[in-house]
Design a binder for this molecule. Structure first.
Ligand SMILES: [Zn+2]
Length: 159
């Protein structure tokens, strides 16, 4: 394995840019900039979960949603108490059901986290027909009070 190097954000594989990137923010011309506390929360999430999981997984992982400020969280229909709201959570995927399931199994082995959920959602065309299923893993870490919750959600509901 090639030697790992820290990037400018102090991480091996992730960046604040991808953890704060939001298509909703861009579409609505809203900035999505974490404050100092929220940024520290993102840092703890990467250092304790995302980077180590990525190293164990050994393949590319994409962040589809990380930090969401209040306006963006409302626009995407997120819960006001969502761990995404304060920078505690990120949704990661590897572009396949198999990849998401592998990441989920690895993440669950970490013994100190708040939430690790295997999630999927039906993606429909404009006639309402399901054309594919999107898969990701929701990973949340808090500096204290971690609950070690695991679970499986489909279309935002526990199954
Ligand atoms: Zn999530």
């Amino acid at each position: 394995m090639a030697e790992l190097k820290l990037n400018n954000d102090g991480f091996f594989f992730f960046t604040y840019k991808e953890l704060t990137q939001s298509d909703t923010a861009v579409a609505n011309k809203i900035g999505n900039i974490p404050n100092a506390t929220e940024k520290l929360n993102l840092k703890c999430l990467v250092q304790n979960m995302l980077d180590p999981i990525r190293i164990a997984y050994g393949s590319a992982m994409n962040v589809s949603s990380g930090f969401r400020n209040e306006a963006i969280n409302k626009l995407v229909g997120g819960s006001p108490t969502s761990n995404h709201r304060l920078g505690y959570a990120a949704d990661v995927s590897s572009n396949s059901e198999q990849g998401a399931k592998a990441i989920y199994e690895i993440a669950k082995m970490f013994k100190n986290f708040d939430e690790v959920y295997l999630e999927s959602r039906d993606v429909k065309d404009n006639t309402g027909k399901i054309v594919r299923v999107s898969w990701w893993v929701h990973i949340a870490y808090k500096n204290s009070g971690n609950r070690n919750k695991v679970g499986r959600l489909h279309n935002d509901k526990f199954i």
